[in-house]
Design a binder for this molecule. Structure first.
Ligand code: SF4
Length: 57
């Protein structure tokens, strides 16, 4: 499975990195990037992302 963050949609709220610090990290330009592969946590973050920028497929 692949975890992706749509850089256009991400508003940099930091929620995903807070929920799954092993999967998401915030970049210098205030966006989230994928750094890990914990699918279960990534799905939780995807469900919680306010702008649905995270996809797990
Ligand atoms: S939860 Fe969504 S909007 Fe917030 S930082 Fe993560 S990907 Fe971006």
């Amino acid at each position: 499975m692949t975890i992706k963050v749509d850089q256009e949609k991400c508003v940099g709220c930091g929620m995903c990195a807070g929920l799954c610090p092993e999967v998401f990290a915030m970049t210098d330009d205030g966006k989230s990037k994928v750094i890990g592969d914990n699918i279960a946590c990534a799905k939780e973050a995807a469900d919680s992302c306010p702008v649905e920028a995270i996809s797990v497929s």
